[in-house]
Design a protein around this ligand. Structure first.
Ligand SMILES: C[S@@+](CC[C@H](N)C(=O)[O-])C[C@H]1O[C@@H](n2cnc3c(N)ncnc32)[C@H](O)[C@@H]1O
Length: 220
């Protein structure tokens, strides 16, 4: 993805290309966190991520791509793992750092664009995407898969939780299984190992949340 030249002090995108989601909503992700908690910011880790963690799914250095205010990141850190949460929303990251300080948690949060992860100069054995992929469209998905591949160790694992099209009461960006398989395939450096039905909790669905896919994807 190309970047716009120059970074103006008042540029809410800080020199990066706005995503399709930001263009459609007419505002940067940052704004979602400035008006009170956004719908996905449920104040605790997603149950699917807690379950995965309890099953030993996370290993080695972990990246949480699009970490928001860091509840999943902090949960993974509480297991004693080294974890970096990245996001483009500075307010979300400030909230995540404050939570970490209040909880005495050893965890790192950084501003980074999910399309430019190679710039981190680091590699990860496990990567988590909780609710980021489903905000991307078209070519963004291909670019994102390549960016993730550039920071994931060979034989490393990507866990991806996204809204599914398997209704009723689907979330705002329902994804078909084929869309996951189109983005993550051997030509982009990935093998989809499993796609299971799951749930994503939000602030506007009931306790049971919205239908989701939980994908386990291995780096070739
Ligand atoms: C639906 S929220 C999910 C947040 C968090 N994972 C959670 O479960 O609460 C998507 C997050 O991805 C972030 N995001 C969107 N586009 C991004 C990009 N290009 N690079 C990094 N983060 C991005 C947003 O700022 C937002 O925090």
């Amino acid at each position: 993805m190309s970047e716009r030249s120059g970074t103006l002090a008042d540029d809410p995108f800080r020199g990066r290309q706005p995503t399709s989601h930001e263009r459609q909503h007419g505002r940067p992700w940052e704004a979602s966190y400035q008006d009170g908690p956004p719908p996905w910011d449920i104040g605790h880790p997603q149950p699917a991520i807690v379950r995965l963690a309890s099953e030993g799914g996370f290993a080695g250095a972990v990246l949480d791509a699009g970490c928001g205010t860091g509840e999943n990141t902090l949960h993974i850190a509480s297991l004693g793992l080294s974890v970096l949460g990245v996001d483009v929303a500075e307010t979300a990251l400030a909230m995540a750092r404050e939570k970490a300080a209040n909880r005495g948690a050893e965890v790192e949060f950084a501003t980074a664009d999910a399309f430019q992860l190679k710039r981190l100069g680091r590699m990860f054995q496990t990567v988590l995407d909780c609710g980021l992929f489903h905000t991307f469209e078209g070519d963004e998905r291909t670019q994102y898969a390549a960016s993730l591949a550039s920071v994931t160790e060979h034989d490393g694992t990507l866990y991806l939780l996204c809204f599914s099209d398997d209704g009723p009461d689907t979330g705002p960006h329902p994804i078909r299984q084929e869309e996951l398989r189109a983005a993550f395939n051997p030509s982009s450096g990935w093998n989809v190992v499993a796609i299971e039905p799951d749930r994503i909790q939000t602030r506007f669905h009931g306790d049971d949340g919205a239908p989701a896919w939980f994908a386990t994807i291995k780096r070739i």
